[in-house]
Design a protein around this ligand. Structure first.
Ligand SMILES: Cc1ncc(COP(=O)(O)O)c(C=O)c1O
Length: 421
């Protein structure tokens, strides 16, 4: 793309040439809205809507408890894990054990993995993380530290620039998020994992903002453990369960502390003593959230006929366009882009700082452009390539321009803070 001004004709051409343009019709999207928040909560895939009806009316309604066998509810954590695996570069070797399981929330899964990694690297006790990591990652490490004591679990949180220099032989586990939830900056998983391994450090990658939107090769990059989200780019619905990846080489030594019955090697023998499953299933704890997991199972089928490379290419094209259109409007100079311009360092969202970011976001929502706000001053726009068009981006920036140039955000109603931002 050249650097000259972009006109509406150019946008129409981009949509006409978009190989993913047809995917939009697989989603229910409300009329006259542009959804720039699929990085927070994916919209409703029609297959998931259909599955919700089946699971509730037919499976739960008619078939009742027999559905655990008849509709393979009991297999869902494993079968959904198998669907996620190719999207994150897992289970790529033939005959490889299953390494991905769907369960619980990202937070709970981080707790399980931190405890597991600390027990594998038991002669060390430090967890290294980034001080502006998603807070729950730090909170879970803090909670574990409180439980085990600082002698057995100590969180060391450093700023981004100091991460690599802080990796040394005293660190047990490195806990990082691939795409920063505020800035959208991407970490190089392969390089950082290699560096960590040179010092005997195990790595846990949080893929909440990356799974489903950027190519990930967990097996090839030798990652030890990872977690990720079902409700963002996988479009599994509000509160959809998360997933865990654990490399096969660790299976023989793993022991996670939330030893619930579903992680037992034979739950339906009802033994008094816990004996964990030998593989990835040991990360299960209690009864899976069947309705939610079924919706995620259906939603993942949307990925059947597309590649992550196609998705990544369109995601970058959408964010490139957004950046270029913002630059075309002089008054949008007041918005400061804090996401890297370099494509390799950019995830699938853009973050702009502005003193009035919250009010601008509310004004955008009132105009049908759904973005979000992250305290203290970030306007965040996310690019989910499966349902967004280039025209959507054009309309979003035109609306943003109007809101800022006409100071529409100054209206009092846009200043009222909601519980969820
Ligand atoms: C990077 C990251 N990690 C973890 C979480 C929390 O996930 P959960 O609510 O499933 O525990 C989020 C939620 O947005 C996130 O963005």
């Amino acid at each position: 793309m050249t650097k000259q001004e972009i006109f509406f004709d150019d946008i129409e051409r981009m949509d006409a040439q978009d190989p993913l343009a047809n995917k939009q019709k697989e989603f229910y999207l409300p009329d006259n809205k542009v959804y720039l928040d699929g990085n927070s909560l994916g919209p409703l895939p029609l297959v998931a809507k259909q599955r919700a009806k089946e699971v509730v009316e037919q499976q739960w309604g008619d078939d009742l408890i027999t559905s655990w066998n008849r509709h393979q509810w009991i297999e869902l954590p494993t079968s959904v894990g198998r669907k996620i695996a190719p999207l994150i570069g897992a289970n790529v070797k033939p005959d490889c054990a299953n390494q991905v399981i769907c369960c619980d929330s990202v937070s709970v899964n981080i707790f399980k993995l931190l405890a597991t990694a600390l027990s594998i690297n038991s002669n060390r006790h430090k967890i290294l993380s980034q001080s502006d990591n998603f807070p729950t990652d730090l909170y879970m490490a803090q909670g574990l530290s409180q439980l085990l004591g600082n002698q057995r679990c100590e969180l060391v949180a450093v700023d981004e620039a100091s991460i690599e220099s802080s990796i040394d032989d005293s660190i047990a586990v490195l806990l990082l998020t691939q795409i920063n939830f505020r800035t959208g900056k991407v970490h190089d998983i392969k390089r950082i994992t290699e560096l960590a391994h040179q010092h005997g450090v195990l790595v846990i990658w949080d893929l909440a903002h990356s799974a489903g939107v950027i190519p990930i090769e967990l097996d090839n990059w030798n990652v030890d453990f990872a977690v990720g989200c079902g409700y963002k780019y996988f479009n599994g619905g509000p509160g959809a369960p998360a997933f865990i990846y654990a490399a096969e080489r660790h299976h023989a030594n793993m022991q996670q502390p939330l030893s619930g019955w579903m992680g037992h090697q034979s739950p339906f023998e009802f033994n008094a003593n816990y004996q964990s499953d030998a593989g990835i299933k040991q990360f299960l704890c209690g009864t899976p959230a069947v309705v939610s997991m079924s919706l995620l199972d259906a939603a993942l089928d949307v990925f059947n006929d597309v590649t992550i490379n196609q998705i990544r290419e369109k995601s970058l094209a959408l964010s490139d366009l957004f950046i270029r259109l913002v630059k075309q409007h002089a008054c949008l100079k007041s918005l400061q882009l804090i996401t890297p311009l370099e494509r390799n360092n950019r995830g699938s969202q853009l973050a702009f700082t502005h003193d009035q970011a919250y009010a601008i976001c509310q004004a955008l929502i009132a105009e049908g452009i759904i973005a979000d706000f992250r305290a203290p001053n970030i306007l965040r726009v996310g690019f989910s390539p499966l349902f967004l068009s280039f025209k959507d981006i054009y309309r979003s920036v035109e609306t943003l321009n109007r809101i800022v140039s006409e100071k529409i955000y100054e209206n009092e109603m846009f200043q009222v803070r909601q519980a969820v931002t």
